[in-house]
Design a protein around this ligand. Structure first.
Ligand code: GLU
Length: 343
């Protein structure tokens, strides 16, 4: 039995004998909360990272965007922002990687803040998915994207943010910098150019939506903003801070409440739960049971509602496009501390 499980068992036993057996469930609940609050430490994160760090050999670094293929496959990092906003980092803590699809939760927030939820979701669905991220996802059926977290819906969402040229992208970048309190965050121009040159499937979706009138555009600026947002570089720590932000009704890790908004965080977390992990989302909800968003750069951000944020990075992906070691680190942490929504 793990040390922290043992200590919560001792606390539970004490509480049960003190309070009386008819209140066993309550005592166990208190013990569980004590466990979550007290014991996520760097040592625990290190042991989970060490256990999973060789799994990268079973995955594959994405190279359909040629620049992504240059990432060293054995890089790995694991970060948590605890309930009181403390940051715990282990592994390759300074390793930057592109945020990719995780940017879609930020662009959704910017668009909904600006336009209101109804105007955005008149144009797309709240559906979950059994399809990969770049699937045409409903465009061929009724013309509307399934949800804002697959590429079609994400391209549309970004196109709905006000402003000419790269202004919508700048708003997304500023929001990432605000949430992470990290003004050094920048775009990786090589990845951006690589995406722009090779992103013909995304270009195809853009033109289908232009054809149906969902996107109004005279040039490809709006599509470029999507490529740019995917090319923003972050660390696992930045992702843990993003996870914390949405877990806590859009409260920043340092307690700043400038964007405090329970409705937005409920919207975004529900989308993360149903569609955040590509076609693996349903099985992920069964195994991890937490709102999470994955990117093909190898990052995953996780929100433990009303509690903590988790960020992982390991660029070798599984067959669904999710970080293989990243997923397993999340699963171990969640199981060890009963963090899942349904635990
Ligand atoms: N920029 C990537 C694409 O559109 C994002 C994919 C992802 O991270 O899921 O192909």
């Amino acid at each position: 039995m793990k040390k922290n499980n043992l200590s919560s068992l001792i606390i539970a036993t004490f509480l049960i004998s003190f309070i009386g057996t008819n209140q066993t469930v309550y005592a166990q609940k208190i013990a569980k909360e004590i466990n979550v609050q007290k014991t996520i430490t760097k040592e625990v994160l290190t042991s989970i990272l060490d256990k999973n760090k060789n799994l990268y050999t079973q995955g594959k670094v994405a190279n359909y965007i040629p620049e992504l293929g240059k990432m060293q496959s054995n890089k790995i990092a694991f970060s948590v922002v605890t309930e009181n906003g403390k940051v715990l980092n282990v592994g390759d803590v300074n390793q930057k990687f592109t945020i990719q699809s995780i940017s879609k939760i930020i662009s959704l927030m910017v668009a909904v803040n600006e336009k209101g939820e109804k105007k955005i979701f008149d144009k797309m669905g709240y559906f979950g998915t059994d399809k990969p991220f770049n699937h045409f996802a409903n465009l061929d059926l009724n013309g509307k994207p399934l949800n804002p977290l697959m590429n079609a819906g994400a391209i549309l969402t970004t196109s709905l943010i006000d402003g000419e040229g790269d202004i919508p992208y700048q708003k997304i970048l500023q929001m990432v910098r605000y949430i992470t309190k990290n003004p050094t965050i920048e775009i990786n121009n090589s990845v951006y150019n690589s995406e722009k040159e090779t992103g013909h499937k995304n270009r195809g979706m853009f033109y289908i939506m232009k054809n149906t009138g969902l996107i109004v555009a005279n040039n490809e600026d709006k599509l470029d903003n999507y490529f740019r947002q995917c090319s923003i570089e972050v660390t696992a720590e930045d992702l843990a801070k993003i996870g914390y932000f949405f877990a806590n009704h859009c409260t920043r890790f340092d307690g700043d409440k400038k964007y405090y908004n329970k409705e937005i965080s409920k919207l975004i977390e529900s989308q993360m739960l149903t569609a955040g992990m590509y076609e693996f989302s349903g099985e992920y909800a069964r195994t991890v049971g937490l709102p999470s968003k994955s990117g093909v750069g190898g990052g995953i951000t996780v929100s433990v509602p009303n509690k903590i944020g988790i960020g992982v990075f390991s660029p070798a992906l599984d067959s669904h496009g999710n970080s293989l070691a990243g997923y397993r680190m999340i699963l171990d942490l969640v199981n060890q501390y009963n963090l899942g929504l349904f635990d």
